[in-house]
Design a protein around this ligand. Structure first.
Ligand code: R5P
Length: 266
């Protein structure tokens, strides 16, 4: 692996722990206005000190994030569809040249294994990897799950393994029962998405379960920025990811941080 690729990977997965807290705020690329991301710049500003990486689109990066920030960027480079259409019909939306101009540490693209457009999305991943290899840019493959797919270890294991076989450097997937099987069968690091907003305690447990079963981190969005206490949430998730904080302790930490914040405004 060349120096540039290795260097960029260390910006995404922290070498001190081999783990990462990625903050995902790319939802607008297919959901449009998303609760909590009405003003993405304002949302991410207090969270960035606790994020190892920010995952977002070119448009939001350019319009809402000040270039003096010190957080590595993983740029979503797939899109072109919305929740009103066929999501699997995505294409590549950003050239590698522009991604490099934006000084990204990685690029991300979704694959839709099992959809009628499976082949198209998998070959788009392969093309992106071929191009990214030339410039030493890591590729994060996102295993998107269609409405009719079951989020179980068999399906997610299949999708993750195929992404890794095509050469993805990191794979993002969902947590599921028997998650360790998904990890065992995937030769590259896995991060988990948080999914729809759930109660904070459950999201913290989800994070812990994923890490303790082999994920190298989270690429989490709604369960952080839609929380009433987003800073408390990301700080606690960070302790789980980088310091293996157990769920009970994590819940105490979250409540303490949330109460401190409330106190500050009392
Ligand atoms: C989906 O593919 C989007 O790229 C999100 O980044 C991803 O789902 C992670 O966000 P959340 O934790 O809200 O699911």
């Amino acid at each position: 692996m060349d120096w540039g690729m290795k260097n960029r990977l260390t910006k995404i997965i922290r070498p001190e722990t081999g783990r990462t807290v990625m903050l995902a705020v790319d939802h607008g690329y297919f959901l449009g206005p998303t609760t909590g991301l009405e003003d993405p710049g304002k949302t991410v500003q207090p969270l960035m000190p606790y994020a190892d990486t920010l995952m977002l689109t070119r448009g939001v990066l350019r319009a809402c994030v000040n270039p003096d920030v010190n957080v590595p960027i993983v740029l979503r480079v797939s899109g072109g569809t919305s929740i009103l259409g066929n999501l699997a019909d995505e294409g590549t939306t950003v050239s590698m040249r522009d991604a490099l101009r934006l000084n990204v540490s990685g690029v991300a693209l979704s694959i839709f294994v099992g959809s009628e457009l499976e082949r198209k999305t998998l070959l788009a991943l392969a093309d992106l990897i071929n191009e990214a290899q030339e410039f030493g840019v890591p590729v994060l493959a996102v295993t998107a799950v269609g409405k009719d797919m079951v989020r179980d270890a068999r399906y997610l294991g299949l999708a993750c393994r195929i992404a890794a076989e095509l050469g993805a450097h990191i794979v993002k997937t969902y947590y599921c029962d028997d998650f360790e099987k998904v990890v065992r069968n995937c030769p590259v690091p896995i991060v988990i998405a948080g999914g729809k907003k759930i109660p904070e305690r459950e999201a913290l447990e989800l994070s812990y379960n994923a890490i303790s079963r082999g994920a190298v981190g989270v690429d989490m969005g709604r369960n952080i920025f839609q929380s009433e206490h987003p800073v408390a949430m990301i700080r606690t998730v960070r302790e789980i990811v980088h310091a293996d904080l157990k769920p009970d302790k994590a819940w105490d930490m979250f409540n303490t941080l949330a109460a401190e914040k409330e106190g500050a405004f009392a």
